[in-house]
Unconditional design. Structure first.
Length: 190
């Protein structure tokens, strides 16, 4: 019961004090779950981030669900997920009652401008940490570089290409490399 409460309160804090969505939450989830509480490893965090991004649903919710499931099974997953979504739900519910007047307040509008910058930096921080922890093999570096170049060109030329297409292309490249490597190993053993 104590661990369930700790899971709930931990993810409640993450949900309450992180603005900008899942990507902005990744550094806080990592610091809390990997460094402070040691619930998961660095490698598991990297895997969770990739899997959570590749599956439906917000990345922070998927991360919370995984950590809760690992620590306390199904009930842990439910408790951690509720903890991370409850603050956003309540804040959005409260704001929805006053939305028109809320956005007209100058200090609120200014605060949101500052928050946008901070969120961008948090997302950049999460990306840099993932790149640093990435295995320095040729294929991941090639996929990372190709994805970076593709995203840069897409943004510069304002092209409309779905991120799903880019993710499928990266998955295809990774699967092709795996199958090729497997085939080469098999041939070497003959």
């Amino acid at each position: 019961m104590k661990l369930l409460l700790e899971l709930f309160l931990t993810f409640l804090k993450i949900g309450l004090f992180t603005f900008g969505g899942g990507y902005a939450m990744i550094p806080l989830i990592e610091r809390t779950c990997v460094v402070e509480k040691e619930w998961i490893t660095d490698e598991e965090m990297a895997d969770i981030t990739v899997i959570a991004e590749s599956t439906p649903g917000p990345i922070a919710i998927n991360c919370a669900t995984y950590v809760g499931l690992k620590k306390k099974g199904f009930l842990g997953a439910v408790v951690a997920t509720l903890g991370v979504i409850l603050p956003s739900f309540l804040i959005i519910l409260l704001i929805s009652f006053f939305l028109d007047r809320f956005l007209e307040i100058k200090w609120v509008a200014s605060a949101f401008k500052g928050i946008k910058i901070a969120v961008g930096l948090l997302i950049l921080d999460a990306a840099v940490k993932m790149i640093v922890k990435m295995k320095k093999k040729l294929l991941p570096v090639i996929i990372l570089s190709a994805a970076f170049i593709a995203m840069t060109l897409i943004n510069i030329f304002a092209l409309r290409i779905s991120t799903v297409v880019l993710m499928l292309a990266a998955a295809f490249a990774g699967l092709s490399a795996y199958l090729t490597e497997r085939y080469v190993r098999k041939e070497a053993l003959k």
